[in-house]
Write a protein that binds this ligand. Structure first.
Ligand code: 1CP
Length: 351
């Protein structure tokens, strides 16, 4: 394939500045779409959606059909990994993810990678089918949670406001906590490589809760694992770009850009655009960072915010996205307006 035939997402991730940036949205499949809610209501449970390739493929394709995004992200969840390591995981209506919390070092010993690929085989099948059914210009993104973010759910037993369980392990029993992080680095690498072999063309690693640590702990539990994982992916599957999303990293985004070794960084909503242009884009492609609530509010505020992002980050290698996942209250027509605006920007800049 000549470079100009290559998919827009892959060109941007590989460092090209494009007249019109590729666009996809984190959590682009999901509860803001009526067609998702319909399938969800008919399914036995959320994990069944993730582990039934017919349903997972259909849900992945729904936002592609409706909006024409430049990339599809595999429909699954970061918590299928603890499930595949042998931890009990379920989703409670109205509450969210629940896990049988690991409370002792012996609890860690019961986790095992032995049945990983067997448990995740339906996810790989979904990836294979997606590669066959996506339109030729649409890139397929595989994903996993970063070790710390996944560990936080494993130790808390679900979502958390203060991450006290994970932090107590990290500060009070760093060796045991390190053992869990090491296991997750390995298992996540195995999992992403299998997604790539099934057809994923880029991978994103979500460290949604990276922003809760002091600097030294951040380096040890977020930056170091990201480096190890990225180095393995670049060594073993060098053709596939890696996007890291250390949400809330603040000034330490700079260290991620210089040290982590990924092709791209996902920026959260708080990262200043001028700073990202000056400090991050010389090192990596960037992705982001519209406030998801701006997409709910819509109107002129949305138009102005999108324009600012396009005019600043668009001057370097850039993928348009949100600064965190799309929220269920998002009016679907606001996403249509966003797409029109990005495509119009492209027409203006091509001429
Ligand atoms: O009730 C429902 O229908 C389930 C809602 C839902 C959906 C649609 C959950 C439960 N997960 C998902 C899909 C999902 N999760 C995707 C699909 C692909 C896409 O279209 O983008 C992805 C990439 C994720 C990743 C994920 N899950 C993250 C990282 C990204 C982020 O948003 O920070 C996290 C932290 C999770 C855990 C999780 N799973 C589900 C929920 C509601 C949560 C978050 C809970 C919390 O805030 O702690």
């Amino acid at each position: 394939m000549t470079q100009t035939d290559e998919k827009l997402l892959l060109r941007a991730l590989n460092g090209e500045t494009l007249p019109r940036p590729p666009v996809w949205l984190m959590r682009q499949a999901g509860r803001y779409l009526p067609e998702y809610r319909k399938l969800r209501a008919e399914a036995a449970g959320f994990l069944d959606l993730c582990f039934t390739p017919d349903l997972a493929v259909e849900i992945t394709l729904q936002p592609i059909r409706r909006y024409g995004f430049d990339a599809a992200i595999l429909f699954s969840d970061i918590l299928v990994l603890p499930h595949a390591l042998g931890q009990k995981v379920w989703f409670e209506e109205g509450i969210g993810p629940r896990l049988e919390a690991i409370e002792t070092a012996e609890g860690l010993d019961r986790l095992s990678k032995d049945a990983l690929h067997e448990a995740l085989a339906p996810v790989y099948e979904t990836v294979r089918r997606l590669r066959q059914s996506l339109p030729p210009q649409v890139a397929l993104i595989g994903f996993a949670g970063a070790p710390w973010t996944v560990a936080s759910y494993m130790l808390e037993g679900g979502s958390s406001k203060d991450f006290a369980a994970g932090k107590r392990w990290a500060y009070g029993a760093p060796q045991d906590f390190g053992r869990l992080i090491d296991l997750l680095v390995e298992a996540t690498g195995d999992y992403l490589i299998a997604q790539i072999d099934a057809g994923a063309e880029a991978v994103q690693i979500f460290d949604s809760w990276a922003g809760v640590w002091p600097e030294d702990a951040f380096r040890r539990w977020c930056l170091e694992p990201a480096k190890t994982l990225t180095a393995r992916l670049r060594r073993e599957r060098p053709q596939v770009p890696v996007i890291l999303f250390p949400r809330g990293a603040g000034l330490l985004y700079r260290d991620f850009a210089r040290e982590a070794g990924a092709q791209a960084l996902g920026l959260d909503t708080t990262v200043p655009l001028g700073w990202a242009q000056a400090e991050l884009q010389p090192h990596v492609a960037v992705q982001g960072n519209l406030d998801p609530i701006m997409l709910v509010a819509g109107g002129q505020g949305l138009t102005a915010a999108v324009d600012r992002i396009l005019r600043s980050l668009g001057q370097g290698p850039f993928v348009f996205n949100l600064g965190h996942g799309i929220v269920p209250q998002t009016p679907p027509e606001n996403v249509s307006r966003l797409m029109e605006q990005i495509h119009a920007f492209s027409a203006e800049h091509a001429g």
